[in-house]
Design a protein around this ligand. Sequence first.
Ligand code: TTP
Ligand code: MG
Length: 367
Amino acid sequence: MQRDRKIIHIDMDAFYAAIEQRDRSELRGKPVIVGGHPEKRGVVMTCSYEARKFGVHSAMPSRTAFKLCPHAIFLPARFEVYRAVSAQIMQILRTYTDLVEPMSLDEAYLDVSENAPDFYTATQIAREIKRHIQSQTHLTASAGVSFNKFIAKLASDYQKPDGLTVVTPEQAASFLESIPIQKFLGVGKVTGAKLKELGISTGADLKRLSEEQLRTLFHERGSQLYAYVRGEDNRAVQPTHVRKSVGKEVTLQEDTADREQMVRILEHLAEQAARRLKELGVRGKTITLKVRWSDFQLITRSVTVTTPMQDAQEMMQYLRPLLAKLDSGNRAVRLLGVSLSNLLFKNGTGQPEKVTAPSLWDIERFP
Ligand code: TTP
Ligand code: MG
């Protein structure tokens, strides 16, 4: 059984409603319902946490929501805005790893096993992602960190809003046992009622059923539930976007102004990038040097060549002059990076390649 992966699930809090409250300050702290109009047989798409206190929830008829919370503010959905914010969030997530699988506008899985050798580091990445989303979008996200998708998703839901829940392999059994049965089933409330009659209300109760009993109750999903409640879920995080570049970067232990040392670091990065290009079987036509100065200013300089390259020595032919031309002022360097884009397969044909490989920029920010 796989227990060594580090999976993060990110889910935005009250997504549509939170965007409305962000964009219209007079709505903050108030019950806001996004969805259909109560007089027009619409349904609630989502609502602010202030409205949830009154029992309002997604998929409820707006008319019912109005009865529960008559002073709520009902708003129509602004999908273009939500899509744009979603794209911004997914872009933020992709700066941490290429292995991002968006599940909906406000939800995604990340596999950070490569960047995070342990749960402590994976948790730091999750915390950093939450901060990053907050500072760029002024919205809060909840995060779950665990060793598989099923548990990571339950974990992100565990302490909403603005939560961060980590479930290590040691904690998984007791965590799963404590979870209410509805969370395992999603919205299948009919079955939920049936289970309650049978006295099954938590993961612990579910665990007492045999695989056969679960199959009788849930058909094909029965075996899946049998595995999930035991912490077994080997589904991979499957990114859907196209790889545009391959690169390596490093934040230095100590800033340096020594050009010779910079060249040595670039040689090292170029070798790593070359190895990655070879693993993927691609060559790059554009090479980019990335430098962050000691005052945090970030600059990139690129060259596009006619013959696509894969070899570190070749890369250095371009990186050395790019570096030499940089005017550092009085600044030292704190980060160096090398990346190749305009990727082509060996036979010269273009992409697209579906990404199944790790990190675009292997972030070394969390040692
Ligand atoms: P969710 O993540 O399920 O809900 P949420 O983000 O509003 O609230 P939270 O995660 O804090 O519990 O769904 C994301 C968005 O998808 C939600 O803002 C609106 C939309 N949505 C619907 O349109 N209909 C639905 O039935 C649900 C559940 C969501
Ligand atoms: Mg959400």
